[in-house]
Design a protein around this ligand. Structure first.
Ligand SMILES: [Zn+2]
Length: 68
């Protein structure tokens, strides 16, 4: 499994906690979680020890919203 071939997150991917656009996909042995940048940081400690893979696209957040 390589992050280079992972499916990019889209506007259709929503944070499981607040419904905002997701920028982080956390793959777990039993499924996956999607988080916005805010909640990915808030829950990082909780999923870091159990995640199979963490796809972090928060860099795109700055590219797409950096002009604000
Ligand atoms: Zn969120």
């Amino acid at each position: 499994m390589s992050t280079a071939t992972a499916t990019p997150l889209t506007v259709a991917d929503r944070c499981d906690r607040c419904g905002a656009q997701a920028y982080v996909r956390v793959t777990l042995p039993v499924g996956e979680l999607l988080f916005c940048a805010h909640h990915s940081r808030e829950h990082a400690d909780a999923y870091a020890s159990v995640a199979v893979e963490i796809q972090d696209e928060t860099d795109r957040l700055h590219e797409e919203h950096g002009a604000r």
